[in-house]
Ligand binder design. Structure first.
Ligand code: HEC
Ligand code: HEC
Ligand code: HEC
Length: 181
């Protein structure tokens, strides 16, 4: 009996932690979508063309991939009854959750790595890193923190997992703002 109570308490604690982390960004900030992130600011060459780099990357195709016959075969082989593009088991790494209020077809979009944008999207905040982070933008302290974020999806739970070499993959999608000359 005592063991059950302890186990339940631990379980409840873990669930609570999980919801708190998500509730925080959901309550404070809402998702704004790629078009808003990139509409004015993040598409010029001078700014580093984050939009273009993302569009050419696999991340912009991640939802589309789930609509292919190959994806449905994988889903079926895993015993899922719904098509891949409707299965939470697949969507969790391939798109932002459906109730986030942005087009699910955006796949792995900006805010999945940067945090819901409503609280840091304005120019005066965005220009100031400290203010942006206070406004809900996810902070990456070092390369290890970035790699950890990548590995939250690039891991063995992915049915098509390929070895993840961080440096190589990061070089493919990196979208730095060029330094002023
Ligand atoms: C929210 C989940 C998620 C996160 C976080 C994530 N990825 Fe991905 N990534 C994917 C999915 C899903 C695909 C497959 C897209 C497709 O092919 O449809 C992918 C594909 C890629 C590709 C294209 C395949 C290739 O090797 O050319 C690269 C590169 C990549 N990711 C790098 C990264 C890096 C670097 C990070 C961390 C900065 C990262 N990803 C974080 C889900 C994620
Ligand atoms: C833990 C995260 C995760 C989950 C869960 C996940 N995927 Fe993926 N998926 C990825 C990543 C990351 C890639 C990119 C693979 C790479 O480049 O290493 C990918 C790539 C793919 C690809 C393209 C790979 C290729 O070789 O063509 C298909 C198809 C796919 N996933 C289907 C699915 C289906 C179907 C499900 C649900 C049964 C699913 N995925 C669940 C993370 C995930
Ligand atoms: C797979 C994860 C991922 C996706 C998707 C993604 N980013 Fe990033 N982005 C990062 C990481 C990690 C950094 C580096 C953060 C750092 O060094 O503090 C970064 C850096 C940036 C920077 C700052 C660059 C600098 O030099 O200071 C901008 C601006 C940016 N991203 C915009 C975007 C926009 C706009 C999109 C969508 C079109 C996007 N990102 C999509 C992970 C991602």
């Amino acid at each position: 009996m005592q063991k059950t109570i302890i186990a339940l308490t631990v379980l409840a604690g873990t669930m609570l932690l999980g919801t708190t982390a998500r509730a925080q960004d959901a309550a404070a900030n809402t998702y704004i979508g790629v078009k808003t992130c990139a509409g004015i600011c993040h598409k010029s060459e001078k700014q580093g063309n984050q939009l273009g780099i993302w569009q050419k990357s696999g991340h912009s195709q991640a939802y589309i991939t789930l609509t292919t016959p190959k994806a449905n075969d994988i889903a079926k082989a895993k015993g899922l009854t719904a098509p891949a593009a409707e299965s939470p088991e697949c969507l969790q790494c391939h798109a932002l959750r459906a109730d986030a209020g942005v087009d699910i077809k955006e796949g792995v979009q900006c805010e999945m790595c940067h945090g819901a944008g409503s609280g840091y999207k304005t120019n005066p905040i965005m220009k100031d890193k400290v203010k942006s982070i206070a406004g809900g933008m996810k902070e990456y302290k070092d390369a290890a923190a970035i790699e950890q974020q990548c590995r939250s999806c690039h891991n063995e739970k992915s049915p098509t997992f390929k070895e993840f070499k961080f440096e190589e993959r990061w070089a493919k999608i990196r979208h730095t703002v060029p330094k002023e000359p």
